[in-house]
Structure formats: structure tokens, C-alpha cells
Write a protein that binds this ligand. Structure first.
Ligand SMILES: Cc1cc2nc3c(=O)[nH]c(=O)nc-3n(C[C@H](O)[C@H](O)[C@H](O)COP(=O)(O)OP(=O)(O)OC[C@H]3O[C@@H](n4cnc5c(N)ncnc54)[C@H](O)[C@@H]3O)c2cc1C
Length: 386
């Protein structure tokens, strides 16, 4: 194998075959009715793709982050949408890295088999978006349990998940030295509390994303479901966020590939003034520029994933990969609409759907401004701006 060969080409080929069973009309129909792609997620689960990162001893494939990135990138490049299930890949890492052996034995094999869905990640609240440490959801110790009260917002896939990874405050902010101390992470089994102490309300958004508000009213969580040490949860969530950023960056690279391919195909086929529109530099050059931006972002995603796998510091690379890839997919999306002219706005071409879907990644899971603030402060040594 030369260093230019893709070690994941056979996985990509299998993912392509699976995606071919879910062509455009499937996604268009779901988009129209804002319905969750249950059959697609089931197919990915049965094929073992959502347990790629779970070690073999717990029933998974035991592969690294690069393999998971190749899977998600391919899903997007084929016109499907991994946002329906990508969280299972990165939330699981928090249990794997910081959970007890008991928790790993209890949950990971059942997540790997598909018996339990670990798709929900409850961090953001209405008054603490980017400023995670100011969150207000409280988990109060009561004997062998914690009682949780508060609210989350944008808890995606909560209706289609059995477990939620939850970040809540266990020590009041006034009583901790650092504002990021006193936060704890829990595995919440939503099956027994849903509709009782846990209320889930879907939010309709510009794309089909199954995102929700969730409300906790004295929701009881066994102390055995606390991940790692009480009060250290922010650190655990942060370490999972690097994986999240790298995987979502890979999805953006996949989106950029889909947009570029769609642009090239249309630019070749569409004839105006008696020749293909792609013969005009005004059409070619933006596509070529978007392609180059995608390739550069792809290199950064690979670098970040390799550093993550080698357990090296990768905060800067994960953030840069996420920003560059989200910018590349957005540029490619914009070029794709322009190349298609009026047809870019017609649902049957899928361009407008993918355009809406990829726009999210300029904002979530971390906005471009916060990435630039991170780089300015932590990499370039300039004063903190907020
Ligand atoms: C569809 C969708 C799905 C999501 N899924 C999940 C999920 O599953 N789980 C979860 O926990 N969260 C989820 N999120 C939340 C997402 O991570 C947040 O929306 C994001 O972190 C931004 O927070 P916010 O929306 O409150 O914006 P705010 O924090 O209010 O920020 C608004 C704007 O101000 C900018 N800004 C804020 N502070 C600064 C500053 N100091 N300097 C410069 N600019 C600043 C931000 O960059 C942003 O552009 C989701 C969001 C969406 C829209």
C-alpha cells in the first residue's frame, strides 16, 4: 500500500452500497414530513457502522476515529444524512474514556447490538448556548440517586434515543473555584422517565433534524449512572467534543463532495447558447475553487483524526478541521445553487435540501466565532476576548 491509498476504501464501498438503498426520494419524503430516518439508522446499526468505535471486547468493531470519519463522510457524499445518528459515535466515546467498567459492560454491548440507542446529548440550554459553564440544570444528590431539575434545548434525536448523555450542575457555581468545576455527566436511561419526569417537545427547524426541547421535573437518575468523578463532567464533555468536531468536519467534507459532483454533472449537461454552461470560466472557476477548499479541509480532518487516535493534543486541529470543512461545504453549497440557476431551488434536485442541511455546521456544534476565539487565545497567545 502506498501512502496515497485510502485504507478505508473497502468500508466506503460498503457504505455506498447501503446508501444506494436510500435514494433521493426517500430523503425528500422525510424532509417534507419532518420524519426521522428510522429505516436508514436501523440499516447502519445492523451493518455495525454505529458501533465502529466500540472496542471488540464490548461487541463493536474496535476501529479508530478515521474509520468513523470515512463512514460519515461517505454517507454525506452519497446524499444521505448522518445527522440522524452521528451522535452515537461521539457520545459513546465519553463512556468509553471516562465511564466505569460496570457502565461499559452494562451499556456498550447493548449499544453495539442496537438494543439501546445512544443518540441524545443534552448540553445546550436556552440561556447558556456557547457559555456552557453557565448552565442551570441541577442534579441534587439524594441517597443513591440524583434528582434532576431544569431544561435543555436543541437536544437532537431525544425522541429516537433510549439513552441521553446529560451535563448538569452538581455543585452551585458560587461554591466552586472555577466555573467549569461542579458540573457532572450522567447516563440517563430515558425509557423509564419519558412522559413522567422527562418531557420532550420537538422543535420544527429549517431542515429535518429531529431536535427537541427537554424538561426535567425531579427526574431520578441512579448515582451509579454518574460518569467518572462528580464535578469533573465539563472535562469529560470537552474531551468528547474533539471527536464530535472531527466527525462533523468529515460530514462537511462529504457534503462538499456531493455539492461539487452535482455542480460538475449539471455544468456538463446543461446547455445554454448552444454549449455546456460548464464551458464558461464563470461557472468552472467557482466549482474548482470550492473543490480546492474541500481538499484542503480534508487534509486537516485527516490530521486531526490521526492526532486524536494517537492520543495527542488535538483541540486546535479538531477546531480548525471543523471550521475549514464547514466553510468548504457552505461554499460548495452556494456554488451548487448558482450553477443550477433556478433549478437549484427545485426540491427534486436535492440541492436546496442539502444546502439547508449543511448550513447548520456554521453554528453547531460550535460556531465559527468560538473556533476563531479558541485559536486566537490558545494557539496564537492573544488575550481572551470574552
Ligand atoms: C439543529 C441544531 C441541533 C443541535 N443539536 C444539539 C445537541 O444535540 N445537543 C446540544 O447540547 N446542543 C445542540 N445544539 C446547540 C448548538 O450547539 C448551539 O446552538 C451552539 O452551540 C450555539 O449556541 P446558541 O445557539 O445558544 O448561540 P449563542 O451562544 O447565543 O450565540 C449566538 C451567536 O453569537 C456568537 N457569540 C456568542 N458569544 C460570542 C463571543 N464571545 N464572541 C463572538 N461571538 C459570540 C455565536 O458564535 C453565535 O453566532 C444544536 C443546535 C441546532 C441549531
Amino acid at each position: 500500500m502506498t501512502c496515497f491509498e485510502d485504507p478505508y476504501e473497502s468500508i466506503r464501498e460498503e457504505v455506498r452500497k447501503l446508501c444506494a438503498r436510500f435514494p433521493s426520494p426517500y430523503w425528500r419524503k422525510l424532509d417534507e414530513t419532518r420524519t426521522y430516518p428510522t429505516e436508514f439508522v436501523k440499516a447502519l446499526t445492523e451493518a455495525g457502522y454505529l458501533s465502529t468505535l466500540i472496542p471488540e471486547e464490548f461487541g463493536g468493531a474496535g476501529l479508530g476515529l478515521s474509520a468513523a470519519a470515512a463512514i460519515l463522510e461517505t454517507i454525506q457524499a452519497e446524499g444521505c444524512n448522518g445527522a440522524a445518528c452521528h451522535a452515537q459515535l461521539y457520545t459513546m466515546g465519553t463512556i468509553l474514556r471516562h465511564g466505569s467498567l460496570q457502565q461499559k459492560k452494562e451499556y456498550l454491548p447493548r449499544v453495539a447490538s442496537g438494543e439501546l440507542r445512544l443518540q441524545a446529548f443534552g448540553v445546550t440550554e436556552p440561556t447558556s448556548g456557547t457559555d456552557t459553564a453557565s448552565l442551570r440544570t441541577v442534579a441534587r444528590r439524594d441517597g443513591d440517586n440524583f434528582a434532576v431539575n431544569g431544561q435543555k434545548i436543541w437536544t437532537s434525536r431525544a425522541e429516537h434515543s433510549d439513552l441521553m448523555l446529560l451535563l448538569a450542575r452538581t455543585t452551585p457555581r458560587e461554591q466552586v473555584a472555577k466555573r467549569t468545576d461542579g458540573l457532572s455527566t450522567f447516563i440517563v436511561d430515558m425509557r423509564s422517565v419519558r412522559g413522567k419526569s422527562l418531557t420532550i417537545r420537538p422543535i420544527r427547524t429549517m431542515m429535518n433534524h429531529s431536535t427537541c426541547e427537554v424538561f426535567f421535573d425531579n427526574m431520578i437518575v441512579p448515582a451509579a449512572n454518574l460518569v467518572g468523578e462528580e464535578g469533573k463532567g465539563f472535562r469529560y464533555i470537552l474531551s468528547g467534543m474533539n471527536a464530535e468536531r472531527i466527525l462533523i468536519a468529515a460530514e462537511c467534507v462529504g457534503d462538499a463532495k456531493w455539492f461539487t459532483n452535482a455542480s460538475i454533472k449539471y455544468a456538463r449537461d446543461r446547455k445554454m447558447f448552444g454549449r455546456p454552461i460548464g464551458q464558461n470560466q464563470g461557472i468552472q472557476f467557482p466549482i474548482a475553487k470550492a473543490y480546492a477548499a474541500m481538499r484542503a479541509a480534508e487534509l486537516m480532518v485527516h490530521d486531526a483524526a490521526r492526532r486524536y487516535e494517537a492520543e495527542l493534543a488535538c483541540g486546535a486541529e479538531a477546531n480548525m478541521a471543523k471550521m475549514l470543512a464547514a466553510d468548504a461545504s457552505w461554499e460548495a453549497a452556494n456554488v451548487c445553487i448558482q450553477t443550477h440557476g433556478g433549478f437549484g431551488f427545485a426540491e427534486e434536485y436535492d440541492v436546496e435540501r442539502k444546502f439547508r442541511e449543511t448550513r447548520l455546521y456554521q453554528v453547531a456544534p460550535v460556531s465559527t466565532n468560538m473556533i476563531l476565539a479558541y485559536l486566537s487565545e490558545h494557539v496564537l497567545g492573544m488575550p481572551r476576548s470574552y
